[in-house]
Ligand binder design. Sequence first.
Ligand code: ITT
Length: 197
Amino acid sequence: ANIVLATSNRGKVAELQSLLQQCGLTIIAQSEFALVDADETGTTFVENAIIKARHAAHQTGLAAIADDSGLAVEALGGAPGIYSARYSGDSATDQSNIAKLLEALNDTPAEKRQACFHCVLVYMRSDDDPTPLICHGQWQGHISRSAQGEQGFGYDPIFIPAGYQQSAAQLDASEKNRISHRGQALAQLLQHLEVAC
Ligand code: ITT
């Protein structure tokens, strides 16, 4: 069966696409349909992921997988959280978000820079699916003082995963997928879908 991947974030598409294709699922990127983005009006990752999956399923008539994710920084009371993509405003870029976060943590010492990435993946068989599959992955680490590395996307250059000395942007794609919030959520989803891979 065809599944539409309900995200316009290219970093997410790259990470999800590679794993899903290895498992023999036929995934169609949302960009193939020229969909209008859904309004993310929810107050949780779960709500926003459902909104995006339902919207894509409705517009395409296909099953849909959506990803709502973000970075929760302890010293900032969990911010930017669900607002991670637009932390530095409507025309935010990865660079401007990173700059804003480093500035916000300027006076925060090393031992108080803990952060956690969250990823909620939702799978809906159709837009009126009454039992969407909901999977949640977390990735603990801390925020460094400067950006390092070119891989990945978003806040990866300033996120040092627990147990590592390098940033997430210095890990190769397969290593990040093996341990990240998204990789963990996806492993759960594939288990629920009973896809062997
Ligand atoms: P879609 O809604 O189209 O999927 P988006 O980028 O707006 O794209 P979100 O609202 O879920 O998606 O925002 C997630 C943000 O969290 C993303 O833009 C990054 O800034 C950050 N983020 C999520 N996963 C990340 C990862 O693996 N590495 C670095 N940053 C990540």
